[in-house]
Design a protein. Structure first.
Ligand SMILES: NC(=O)c1ccc[n+]([C@@H]2O[C@H](COP(=O)([O-])OP(=O)(O)OC[C@H]3O[C@@H](n4cnc5c(N)ncnc54)[C@H](O)[C@@H]3O)[C@@H](O)[C@H]2O)c1
Ligand SMILES: O=P(O)(O)OC[C@@H](O)[C@@H](O)[C@H](O)[C@H](O)CO
Length: 461
């Protein structure tokens, strides 16, 4: 049977959350938590895609409903998720602006990928990026017109943050009240980064909006966790049909585990997410570090190096003793930089999650943009160890493994470096690659020697 709310007998909660960047992860995570909130019947989500309208065409005809397939090592569990009540294309800027300016709406969540924020290395908006520069110009002109409300329909920023600012300005002008922004991308200090980026952009475009942002917008920081690989939607639709009898054009496959840690205020209210397992903390940094360093750091290393050993998915790479030793050594260093956590259970659970043979998490999907990910997930741990007078052998081995992956072409060569220059991974090449991650690591003779030893050992493995 074709999925619809009428056919499934599912009510439509009122739209009180807007999401930008609808993909697999939002549907496996924030939409799932909202569906499992104690007051789920009061919180519906209007979801906007990021760049393509594929999900509008798949989900629209089924009233936003989709099947979440929880794929455990020993079987699948199927659940119909009703929290997304409307699906729109991300480039329908007027619809997005209207949704965010609705006084009933209390929350704007984002999963626009790390690169979707278009930040430069120092965390500020990348003004060298043509789309960012052009949106700044566009918004400045729009915001300084006498009656900007009359012209909103004609203003079409190209970037995600440009669209968010246009929508927030509409909310300010219509007096719709405060709102919480909740970034759910794998960026360290995602709330801080988003808040500072928006403040920077409003500083360049509208003093009125800058003041309103400071007074009325709460930017929440989050640590988000649920392994949700890209899938072949048509093949999974077939499996869902067999198991449930529903014809679902857009199922999502995810693991049974999920975690959500949040820091910040929701001035216009929020779903009662705690019964679903969400946790609110006063200081998110340690939680975020644990997840980004240990899970995402290990993924980044497996993604780059695992492919040099012929693996294509995480579950195969982690069964390879050489890869597994690398991950364990990295986690040893991470653990020393995460005082206050008893990590034995967390490590054991991570290992089990990585080993789930029925989650096909492709290394090639995770290897993109690995230089930045190494800078954010491995380098801080190494620098922390060195600064306190210790060695960081796990980080050195992880970096050596990344170098081998880059040399073999499984991950992009850092900007400004030629592939031939690193063909031998000799001292000069290693130094160049280390400096591309962080000059302080290249300057530390002891750390560089550990990397050299690890490169030799991994080459011989
Ligand atoms: N998939 C996971 O396991 C997982 C887990 C934790 C966090 N996340 C975070 O969620 C993000 C999305 O993951 P996903 O699995 O949903 O991916 P996805 O490819 O299914 O969806 C990504 C969404 O972001 C949009 N997007 C991509 N680039 C953009 C850009 N430059 N500007 C605006 N929008 C853009 C896409 O159009 C799409 O709507 C990840 O980048 C990651 O930061 C994912
Ligand atoms: O592209 P990345 O490296 O930020 O993320 C790829 C995966 O590691 C990531 O999506 C994890 O599966 C996720 O973070 C688990 O919660």
């Amino acid at each position: 049977m074709r999925l619809s709310r009428a056919a499934a007998g599912v009510p439509t909660p009122p739209e009180r959350i807007v999401h930008l960047g609808l993909g697999a992860f939002h549907r496996a995570h924030q939409a799932w938590y909202t569906a499992h909130a104690a007051d789920a019947d009061e919180w519906g989500i209007a979801a906007f895609t990021g760049r393509s309208r594929d999900l509008v065409d798949r989900l629209g005809p089924q009233d936003g409903l989709y099947t979440l397939v929880e794929r455990a090592a020993d079987g699948d569990r199927f659940e119909l998720i009703p929290s997304i009540v409307r699906v729109e294309a991300g480039d329908d800027v007027p619809a997005f602006v209207t949704a965010v300016a609705d006084p009933q709406v209390a929350i704007l969540t984002l999963t626009i990928t790390e690169s979707g924020y278009r930040l430069s290395a120092d965390g500020t908006p990348d003004l060298e990026d043509e789309a960012v520069a052009s949106d700044v110009e566009l918004l400045r002109n729009a915001f300084t017109r006498d009656a900007p409300g009359d012209t909103t329909d004609a203003v079409r920023p190209a970037t995600a943050l440009g669209r968010v600012l246009l929508a927030l300005d509409a909310r300010r002008r219509t007096g719709a009240g405060p709102i919480a922004l909740v970034p759910c991308d794998n960026l360290p200090d995602n709330g801080g980064l988003l808040g500072r980026a928006l403040a920077d952009l409003t500083g360049r475009t509208s003093p009125d909006l800058a003041a309103w942002l400071a007074a009325s917008v709460s930017v929440v920081s989050t640590s988000i966790d649920r392994i949700t690989p890209a899938i072949d939607a048509d093949a999974e639709s077939h499996a869902v049909l067999e198991a449930t009898g529903w014809l679902d054009a857009a199922p999502v496959v995810t693991e049974p585990f999920s975690d959500w840690v949040l820091e910040g205020d929701f001035p216009a209210g929020r779903p009662d997410w705690e019964p679903a397992g969400a946790r609110f903390v006063d200081e998110i940094a340690p939680w975020e570090n644990r997840k980004l360093w240990m899970l995402n750091g290990a993924h980044t290393v497996l993604a780059t190096f695992g492919q040099t050993r012929g693996h294509t998915v995480v579950s195969a790479a982690i069964e390879d003793p050489v890869c597994r030793d690398l991950v364990e050594a990295l986690w040893d260093d991470d653990a020393r930089q995460l005082p206050g956590f008893d990590l034995a259970d967390y490590r054991a659970a991570l290992l089990e999650r990585f080993r789930n043979p029925r989650i096909e998490h492709r290394l090639a999907q995770i290897a993109q943009d690995s230089t930045t990910k190494m800078r954010l997930r491995i380098v801080p741990v190494a620098l922390g160890r060195l600064a306190s007078g210790h060695e960081a052998p796990g980080c050195a081995a992880a970096i050596a493994a990344w170098m081998l992956g880059v040399r073999a072409g499984w991950a992009p060569v850092p900007d400004g470096i030629d592939q031939p220059a690193i063909a031998d991974l000799d001292a000069s090449a290693r130094n160049t690659l280390l400096a591309a991650l962080d000059a302080r690591l290249a300057d530390d003779a002891g750390f560089a020697a550990h990397v050299a030893d690890a490169v030799a050992a991994l080459e011989a493995s």
